[in-house]
Design a protein around this ligand. Structure first.
Ligand code: HEM
Ligand SMILES: [Ca+2]
Ligand SMILES: [Ca+2]
Length: 302
């Protein structure tokens, strides 16, 4: 349904305008790459990749959902939209801007470059309740697999897309249960490497400031690489959901496949497979043709 270069006639500079804005934002905010990548995920998983998360129409807007806690990058999308409206008004959707910005963000973190199929239209729905079923750090591996499958994403996609945590940080808020109240036995998650546990507990002490942030890919949080998978194998996963990828047999095989431990039945390289998965994620529930609209402003319906 979507096509690479959808705007090549109607707004030939669309993609370079977005990448310029992202590059510019990165100069003043070194964290913008992970923020923009996460925004794309949270957009696609609620009502499809349709810019629904961008709408700001009061306290019940989807973006205020608990499961979207910490999501950002809205101002970068708004800036790109303003430039695009000045150049080719009414042509480029906010949903496409989000997908393109995520691609540019990955490239800025030295990740793989890829072409983004475009032609998404913007959604007309926004409500906190729509985001109730987002994947959560405390979900079981079965729940995570089911939530991805519901979006047409496989167990392999679950591993590869979780590896987006190769860049960025988490708030201690998401670590409390894993460090001090892990289900079902209480205490800390036994999957945490004993050499890593004291470090995590000192950054995120019990009853400490839950807003303190820590890298999710220890030692490589600025670089988009497969180091996160190595950390997951070694018990150095930070998020509980990432750690679970190595406890389940199917997802463990996917992780191991990137270390030459098995015949490479899963494909060529982490980077190439990640690209395949994120392009797939970018097609979830897309609106095309006469569905949806092209917003004039990304935070408001027309
Ligand atoms: C498998 C289910 C997933 C869960 C449970 C999950 C959970 C989380 C959590 C709790 C954070 C920390 C948020 C914060 O404190 O601000 C986070 C950050 C992040 N997530 Fe995920 N995530 C998942 C999948 C994904 C996917 C599919 C992507 C993208 C393809 C992604 C990209 C990111 C990025 C880049 C960050 C860093 C954000 C930053 O540095 O501000 N995540 N994720
Ligand atoms: Ca959406
Ligand atoms: Ca990394």
């Amino acid at each position: 349904q979507l096509t690479v270069g959808f705007y090549s006639n109607t707004c030939p500079d669309a993609e370079s305008i977005v990448s310029g804005v992202v590059r510019n934002a990165a100069q003043s905010n070194s964290n913008i790459s992970p923020v923009l990548l996460r925004l794309h995920f949270h957009d696609c998983f609620v009502e499809g990749c349709d810019g629904s998360i961008l709408i700001e129409n009061g306290p019940n807007a989807e973006r205020h959902a608990f499961s979207h806690q910490g999501v950002g990058g809205f101002e970068v999308i708004d800036q790109a939209k303003a430039q695009l409206e000045a150049t080719c008004p009414g042509v480029v959707s906010c949903a496409d801007i989000v997908a393109l910005a995520a691609r540019d963000a990955i490239a800025l973190a030295n990740g793989p470059s890829y072409e983004v199929p475009t032609g998404r239209r913007d959604g007309r729905a926004s409500d906190v309740s729509l985001a109730a079923n987002m994947p959560d750090v405390s979900n079981s591996i079965q729940q995570l697999k089911a939530k991805f499958l519901q979006k047409g994403l496989s167990e392999k996609d679950l591993v590869l897309l979780s590896a987006a945590h190769t860049i960025g940080t988490t708030a201690c808020f998401f670590m409390t249960d894993r460090l001090y109240n892990f289900s079902p036995a209480g205490g800390s998650d036994p999957a945490i490497n004993p050499d890593f546990l004291p470090e995590l507990q000192s950054v995120c002490p019990q009853n400490g400031d839950v807003n303190v942030r820590l890298p999710m890919d220890r030692g490589s949080e600025q670089t988009f690489d497969n180091h996160i998978l190595e950390n997951i194998r070694n018990g150095f996963a930070v998020l509980a959901s990432d750690a679970k990828l190595y406890e389940d047999e199917t997802t463990r095989i996917v992780v191991d496949s990137y270390f030459g431990m098995l015949t490479p039945i899963f494909g060529t390289s982490f980077e190439a497979d990640f690209v395949e998965s994120i392009v797939k994620m970018g097609q979830i529930g897309v609106k095309t043709g006469s569905n949806g609209e092209i917003r004039r402003v990304c935070t408001a319906f027309n």
